[in-house]
Design a protein around this ligand. Structure first.
Ligand SMILES: *Cc1c(COP(=O)(O)O)cnc(C)c1O
Length: 241
């Protein structure tokens, strides 16, 4: 059994080694600790070990965790990385610092309208369906440029970059391909004048590939908190996305 603190230390070494291989500075890669399904106490342990940015997939679960950790709120940033339905945009706009999973202009418009005035603009990434899987959410490469320009113009959002969850692949070369494709789309948008600084890609199993292709933020759950229990659907508690 490894502790969360030890896992974070091992992870930081992994990121550091990947950065060395990529000839990049480790300062340029942020670790987002994906705490979905983990209790608030696990977040507290990660915080005690120095972790500050946390990612959640389920809105209701995240909001409950934030309430349990309200004493840490000024020190933490909370990132929504899971699918977002339009009936959940208000609670997201009121509680999160970042949303990585914006995949429709309509969702972005609602988030901008609903972001409270006393909070800074909501930081957002556009999710791209980089492997072209019909089952996955995310914008296609073709629709991305127009949506990116429109989202960048919304007053209460700050468009920071792109996010993707590629189809699982084995081996470094195969894992690098979709990350390279996302990085190319990101570079194109920057060439079109968008001031993007965030490339949100790489998870526990493929973060080396992502860092080699330029990831600025890796989203890591299992390697920090251990494997998650399989979700069993219960009639009283539907997952709120
Ligand atoms: C769960 C999740 C992660 C973290 O996955 P691990 O394999 O546990 O590191 C990253 N990104 C998204 C969008 C996720 O849903």
């Amino acid at each position: 059994m490894f502790s969360i603190a030890e896992n974070l230390q091992d992870l930081s070494l992994r990121v550091q080694r990947a950065c060395e291989q990529a000839q990049r500075s480790a300062k340029d890669v942020t670790v987002l600790a994906v705490s979905k399904t983990c209790p608030a106490d696990a977040v507290r342990q990660a915080y005690a070990a120095g972790q500050r940015a946390f990612g959640e997939n389920y809105v209701q679960e995240a909001v409950e965790k934030m309430a349990a950790l309200v004493d840490l709120r000024p020190h933490l940033s909370w990132h929504l990385i899971g699918p977002l339905q339009s009936n959940k945009t208000r609670v997201v706009a009121e509680h999160f610092d970042w949303v990585h999973s914006v995949d429709r202009l309509k969702i972005a418009q609602r988030l901008s309208e609903q972001r409270p005035d006393h909070l800074p603009p909501l930081q957002v990434c556009l999710q791209v369906n980089i492997s072209g899987e019909s089952s996955k959410s995310g914008l296609s490469a073709a629709e991305l440029p127009a949506v990116a320009q429109a989202v960048a113009a919304l007053p209460r959002l700050h468009l920071r970059g792109l996010m993707a969850v590629p189809a699982p692949a084995e081996g470094l070369a195969a894992q690098r391909e979709p990350h390279r494709a996302l990085a190319a789309l990101w570079a194109q948008l920057r060439a079109q004048g968008l001031a993007l600084d965030t490339l949100s890609m790489g998870m526990s199993h493929d973060l080396e590939a992502a860092v080699l292709e330029g990831a600025t933020l890796v989203r890591v759950g299992t390697a920090i908190f251990g494997s998650r229990p399989l979700k069993t659907p219960s009639p009283t508690q539907t997952p709120l996305a």
